[in-house]
Design a binder for this molecule. Sequence first.
Ligand code: GLC
Length: 553
Amino acid sequence: MGDNFLREHAVYQIYPISFADGNGDGKGDLKGVISKLDYLENLGIKIIWLSPIYVSPMFDFGYDIEDYYNINPMFGTMEDFDLLMEETKKRGIRVVMDLVVNHTSDHHKWFKEALSNPESPYRDYYVFKKGKKDEKGRELPPNNWQSCFTGSAWEKVEGEDNMYYLHLFTKYQPDLNWHNEKVLEEVEKIICFWMDKGVYGFRCDVISEIYKESYEDGKKRKLGDPVGSEHYVATQGNHDILKRIRKDVIEPRGGVLIGECGGGITPEDGIKYLQDELDTFFQFDTQLCYKNGLSSKISMKKFKKILIEWQTKVDYNGNYFENHDQHRSTNKYVHGKHTDIGAKMLLTMLFTLRGVPFIYMGQEVGARDYPKGLPLEECSDCVTHSVYKLARDKFHAPKAFSMMMARKNGRDDTRAPMAFDQSEGHGFSALGVKPWQRYNPYSETYNYEAEKDDPHSIVNYFKKVNQLREGNQILIDGKIDFLDTDDKILNYVRVLNHEGYMVILNLTDKKVKYPYGFERIEKEHVLANYDDEAKFLRPYEARVYKINKKEEK
Ligand code: GLC
């Protein structure tokens, strides 16, 4: 973890199609982002991460890149981008781009070349392999790997005999071949291009999976890990590539790399990633600890155990509850009716844990999932549709059940247009414009205008937690120690040079007794999500005390 600026500030994620529509076509764009920079500055944001804005057929909403060097016309022009760089610079805000290089879009010219001419050098930019035959002579793909988005990870090449290409995601996202030095060179060129334009760094999409060590069959893995992943998650080749990229192009330019490290990486893998590879990274364990395979609610008991392990073993985690792939945290981590208090408790945790806090647009106002979800025909996410299809066609599940699973795994809820105010277009778009995805009815309640003058609102609480962490060396660099409490409470101290904070969080929607007694803490109350103090912890209560470590005992 090299870079101080990233250590010191939270990162605010923007999903461009849903953030702000600057040209009145119902879709967010760069002009829209520019128009909201004052809003972000007012929140105290210093780093934004833009989900992909490159040219793309948008099958996976930009995570399928057709041209790494140009802006998707849906989002604007290179002039708009340059203006964004100027305007962010004026406000002291840095911009992180998304770098999607496990795969390209099948519309990318490299892939088109690779398909149309098997002799072309671009063939080796991707992973083409011959299929196998079973005992009965039936054709099989090269191995049994599954796509992370359901089904086989191999697609048959039309017009060629028994030939397949690899895609860990949809078939429209062919995987790049990271054994080919040329691919690395291309990616380093892309990085330099954007960094020379003033970009601060990259959030690297599924970066833990780019280097496939072997193409052997995979073994059945634990729920959620696709078959085959032991051959490509956090491989030595992956570490070597990241070291190389860091040394060649990131370090000389003073940038940052933030890794999305899925596939069930372990804290030990994480430790390696932080040694001259990534500045910080996201793991998925704290997102996947559902109450059970069918539930879309997190078990806070499992969550607590997993969180403590990551926090204790890894020096600087990328901490997050929400992003464009996850449900809203109030729906997923908060049980029962105290959702506003719950939202504030989660924000308290996010900004006081050790590591970089990442927040997703709308989280600052307490945005929710759609009350009943969207009907299937209004869902645009490819995962929603593939999960529904799998449930119906393969498992013959009833429609309602299939829809429930599709919604749980699908990502439409979190991609609703942003709500800045209560007007018809919610400050996302102009009056009378149909947004690309319908507004969430909760936007009426959870939006900036409705909250800004209310001292108890989620957005004002967000500002407080963000301010508390800004420039606060104890919360930035202090070590973290967890106190022994039962599963219902998460209790930790952050300490630096004998000064510290004590954080007490009730993870449940029930009243619970705090085992150590508040009166024993030598303290100054600095933050709380209830107005008054009580002898016990109320549902989702969060308290942060300033403590003097020497006197704590
Ligand atoms: C990452 C992205 C997700 C995308 C996938 C494939 O997980 O966050 O949105 O679908 O990679 O690129």
